[in-house]
Write a protein of this length. Structure first.
Length: 661
């Protein structure tokens, strides 16, 4: 039933409300709701929150921000399940204060109203824990003193004692509460991180990957993601460029998991031993890197499960198993799993799938990139993610779900920590603007976090295809500054860009089917630029948030302009990118200075963090030019120039609190 006060459309929330919205430890989470009631009473609202099972609540005051929409901030500081609740009640003192001041301003007699105020204070001060705060009796006497003017009598309501009384002991006679809203709180890496993907076999296995760790760390990455490291099947193995006629030395696709050496809890012998893998995890941690593993639930025809559990696979009328397909793609080397066999086989299968997570968690892995989760039942993911988190709430799940929007959002709702997105295919200014706003401010932003990847081993798309270094730089800047999480697949720094065909997005000589040797020290590669971008991201907290992006006007459609700022406006970043990778573009900006925390009457400094250049601007319409032959983007750190000095003062010097990279 509706209570005395309506509390509706509480956010953050998931569509059905049964699954938790998402936050990370230390994140400033904006809780909002529509709050209103009949009449003209003044309302007070708060949001209270706690970790699930605790008896202790923390609370935060909410403020009306627009047309009965209220907001408050909570900052979770505990990992795992949490909950919050919006509460509202009528504030009788503020209601009376508003009414009596309005009547007095209109010249009306307020004698009776002053007596009402005296009674309100008197009744409240005698019920506040049995104590009478100093100054309250004087305030009541002043309100009732007919020898004074109305102005003099009204001065009593601003007395500190009155403010303390109603601020600390609000009358909650008609409190209304929203339902308890679930919130899952991850560790910060679930929101902010830079990912790097490589195939260990192209570096000689785990030992070679260990040798390469310093180079990855020097580029500023947080997460090193490895495609499947398990034994690879021989039956119907794929050869170079996805051919079905492999050469004897072709290593096969890592996603064709399973052979006589084992399945999902085994390691391909060509990569090393478990001791080597454990050493890789430890050495990576020493470099400030976390290892993320691929979790791909499919089997090669040689996987032990095929013989040991034939009931876990779909059978055709002739008894054979149909290989996996995603028309027009064919995966002759992979069998899909049937996740709904009759009991008890279903529970046995699901338990075996969870044991894979448990096994690798036991080897120090806390991040998993999940392959094609949209081709497996939602109920399965809800069950398995819940089971893993009950034991290991710090585990992070990245969904590789290039599928329709509703499924992508649903996977986020039921538990996935992050998701790949459509960023790879968003190219124009309008596409990028619309999509970034959807990811940051749409309803799904309450529970679906993006991870932007310009490329993957499967996807060489858009302007990267045969694009030059300028295109690689601009796509990197967009991914790394629009989202707090982004990733690249190795070879990006070397501008690998040759498609296999015009009809699909595969790379020519794809690393999925061959061991690829690279000259990592080749001159002119992008490694220093990547390192600069990642350092900027580490230094500036505004780039570590998702929901703080604002787009600004520019009179050239080939330029895109957006800002990210912390809530207190102490860290403000302005990004200007030339979307034309071939020609110089220029234009006048139309900046929303209020959103940037800039006083329009004073000049301000745009510190280019990529080049070290500084520009002193005034007003909202500075002019910029970007020539891709030199730079494709500005990443400005904005600082307000000091006020003009008085004649007695020395001229002020502009100091950059965050030195350019």
């Amino acid at each position: 039933m509706i209570g005395p006060i309506a509390i509706e459309d509480v956010r953050p929330s998931t569509p059905g409300g049964s699954h938790p919205a998402k936050a990370v430890i230390g994140e400033q989470v904006v809780v909002s709701a529509d709050i209103f009631k009949d009449g003209h009473d003044v309302l007070f609202a708060q949001v209270r929150y706690r970790n699930a099972g605790s008896r202790t609540w923390k609370s935060s005051v909410m403020r009306e921000v627009d047309n009965r929409r209220w907001e408050g901030l909570i900052v979770p500081n505990f990992l795992g399940p949490s909950e919050f609740q919006v509460q509202a009640w009528t504030d009788p003192f503020l209601t009376w204060r508003h009414d009596v001041l309005a009547k007095h301003k209109a010249g009306q007699d307020i004698g009776v109203e002053l007596e009402e105020g005296a009674l309100l204070i008197g009744s409240t001060m005698t019920s506040a824990k049995g104590k009478v705060l100093p100054g309250l009796e004087e305030a009541v006497a002043t309100l009732r003193d007919g020898s004074l003017s109305f102005d003099e009598r009204l001065s009593a309501i601003d007395a500190p004692a009155v403010e303390d009384l109603f601020g600390s002991s609000p009358n909650r006679h008609d409190t209304s509460s929203s339902p308890l809203m679930p919130l899952w709180v991850d560790r910060p890496r679930a929101l902010f991180g830079s990912w790097y993907e490589l195939f260990p076999r192209s570096l000689g296995g785990f030992r070679g990957t260990i040798d390469h760790l310093p180079a990855i760390a020097d580029m500023g990455f947080h997460v090193l993601y490895l495609p499947p490291i398990h034994p690879i099947g021989v039956t119907d193995r794929k050869g170079r460029n996805n051919t079905t006629t492999p050469a004897p030395d072709d290593p096969g696709s890592p996603w064709a998991i399973g052979s006589k050496e084992g399945g999902h809890t085994a390691i391909d012998p060509g990569l090393g031993t478990f001791a080597d893998f454990d050493d890789l995890v430890a050495k990576a941690e020493g470099q400030g890197l976390e290892i993320a593993l691929d979790y791909a639930l499919q089997c090669s025809p040689d996987h032990p499960w095929v013989k040991e559990h034939p009931e876990w696979f779909h059978r055709r009328p002739d008894g054979s198993v149909k290989f996996a397909e995603n028309p027009p793609k064919k995966y002759q080397d992979i069998y899909p799993i049937n996740f709904w066999p009759p009991e008890p086989a279903r529970q046995q299968l699901w338990d075996a799938c969870k044991q894979i997570f448990d096994f690798w968690i036991g080897h120090g892995v806390r991040i998993f990139r999940v392959d094609n989760p949209h081709t497996k039942p939602l109920a399965f993911w809800e069950w398995i993610i819940g089971g893993v988190r009950a034991q290991h709430p710090d585990v992070i799940f990245l969904a590789e779900a290039f599928t329709h929007p509703k499924m992508m959002a649903k996977l986020g709702e039921i538990g996935f920590s992050q998701s790949y997105t459509y960023f790879t295919w968003r190219v124009t200014k309008q596409e990028l603007t619309d999509y970034a706003m959807e990811l940051a401010h749409g309803r799904a932003s309450d529970y679906m976090r993006p991870n932007l990847w310009p490329n993957t081993p499967d996807i060489l798309s858009g302007p990267l295809r045969r694009g030059g270094p300028a295109v690689f730089k601009l796509r990197l800047v967009l991914a790394a500054t629009m989202s707090p999480s982004f990733g690249i697949y190795s070879g990006y720094e070397l501008f690998e860009n040759q498609p296999a065909r015009e009809t699909d997005e595969e790379y020519l000589n794809s690393e999925k089917y061959e061991i690829k040797e690279r000259d990592w020290s080749a001159p002119g590669n992008l490694r220093p630029y990547i390192a600069a971008i990642n350092l900027i991201r580490r230094i500036h907290p505004s780039l570590q948030e998702l929901k703080n992006i604002t787009f600004h006007y520019v009179d050239n459609p080939q330029l895109i302009v957006y800002s990210k700022a912390t809530r207190d406006l102490t860290d403000v970043i302005l990004v200007v990118t030339n979307l034309d990778g071939a020609y110089a573009q220029s234009g006048f900006l139309g900046l929303d200075l209020k959103k940037l925390g800039i006083d329009p009457a004073r000049s301000y400094v745009a510190n280019d963090l990529l080049t070290g250049a500084k520009y002193e601007w005034k007003g909202s319409n500075p002019w910029v030019k970007l020539d891709p032959a030199r730079e494709t983007a500005h990443i400005f750190y904005l600082t307000q120039a000091p006020a003009a000095p008085t004649p007695e003062e020395e001229p002020a010097q502009v100091i950059d609190p965050a030195p350019p990279v």
